[in-house]
Write a new protein. Structure first.
Length: 56
């Protein structure tokens, strides 16, 4: 399920929908915590930062 959430998160970032991206980010953080692996979160945070800076 986390892969599907990641894809929707990326779509929300592409669309500049920060409200939705924020909620999906929280879900991705929960998945990472449950799996004990937060290595994928770096890319998620970068995508969000790029959206905030208007570079995504």
């Amino acid at each position: 399920m986390d892969q599907e959430v990641l894809e929707v998160f990326e779509h929300a970032c592409d669309q500049g929908d920060l409200e939705v991206a924020e909620h999906l980010l929280r879900a991705l953080e929960i998945f990472a915590r449950r799996n004990g692996d937060d290595s994928n979160l770096n890319g998620v945070y970068i995508a969000l930062a790029q959206t905030l800076l208007g570079k995504h």
